[in-house]
Design a protein around this ligand. Sequence first.
Ligand SMILES: CC(C)[C@H](C(=O)O)[C@@H](O)C(=O)O
Ligand code: SF4
Length: 472
Amino acid sequence: MPQTLFDKIWDAHTIASGAGEAALVAIDFVFLHERTGAVALNSLQKAGREIRHPSRVFCTVDHIVSNAPERSESDARSPGGDVFIRETRAAAQRTGINFFDVMDPRQGIVHVIAPELGIVQPGATLVCPDSHTCSLGAFGAMAWGIGSSEAEHALATGTVRVAKPKQMRIRIEGQLGAGVSAKDLALHLIQVHGADGGQRMAIEFAGSTIRNMSVESRLTLCNLAVEFAAFTALIAPDAVTIDYLSGREFAPTGHVWHLARESWGKLRSDADAVFDAEIEIDAADVPPVVTWGTSPAQACSVRSGVPEIAALPAPAQASALKAMAYMGLSPGTAVMGLPVDGAFIGSCTNGRLEDLRAAASILRGRTVAPGVRAVCVPGSQSVRVDAEAEGLDKVFRDAGFSWGAPGCAMCFYAGGETFAPEARVMSSTNRNFEGRQGPGVRTHLASPAMVAAAAVSGCITDCRDVPGKAAT
Ligand SMILES: CC(C)[C@H](C(=O)O)[C@@H](O)C(=O)O
Ligand code: SF4
């Protein structure tokens, strides 16, 4: 019987399954961070249980660590957050898991460093108590977010109990237009099909647009799968994936690398595999997108605006009105020209080198508009070092951006640093619900190019109207 890529990875890892029940699935890698990972590690210790395979467990410090450039090893963004950092460090040392501490050159946001270090691999299973673990499916892995108590189970047993999800294929064909990125594609998908459009399914992204995408863009696309209510996303591995992994610290080496490469190259859905649902998108139809509301689905082309209430389906009207009130917007308002107070570039969605380059090309030779607070936080130490080697930090700083130390930073409010209440912020992140970036902060999700264009214009602007300049 023809199988999907997901079926193949599922079957290879299923230890036991009963009809209609959750299966017991073997887990190759567990990733933790100091916010939810610390909870799992502490609880495991209290129960007197050991980690079954410490060498296959990885942990970073990203969520509440300070993003101040001169931070020291336990500085947190939120009052009391240092306790999580210290406890995580102590638990990592006690258990002997792989730990990327605050000052480690490998530190960064979990979903940024798992690829950089070659920890996520095609055909593997990887879980992490963090919802954006779906990003890592970009490598053809079965990677998904779990809760802290499931993480405890995974640590103790090397398995998790999970029901097999249904499957969807989203085919995207053709070339994205100039100034249009994987972020726009993801927001467009969610806008058109709704924030629940993924229906808890495992989604395979396929088609020529995907095959022509860099690994970094694939990660951005898969990152937003959870905002589409998918179980996870995945992309069949190809030469782009394999080239990216070659030589990375935890990728296989020598003879094993050659064997792995050969098997990864064959890992794909069979031509006649059947999916429970299919969506097709023409890449040429995707505009630069910006959200106007408090759900990623409340989005529009930058050339359009906040909808008229009567134009919305009845069930969506009340939430749209509530979102408009929070965002300080009225029906029918154009998004272009809305004055912004803040700009944030970073996060596991768009905090990689490609994202920083896209923003820098717009910032080069320009300055942030008066009154706009602009912040860039690279997603990892490695992104920071590479960006600095190219002089991107200088481009950001010269333009008037602050340049922070790697971590989740202002992607989510941890209780400390934030923008002012009611500040309108263009953000390269993935969530825009009320208070996500701080009490009263009005988040507009968009691509790094769109955030940079707004920062220098002082208002939401079509990034295609602010021509980029390449490095000289
Ligand atoms: C804190 C963590 C559990 C959370 C998540 O699961 O996604 C965070 O990363 C987020 O983006 O909201
Ligand atoms: S960068 Fe944001 S979305 Fe990503 S893991 Fe951190 S808090 Fe979650």
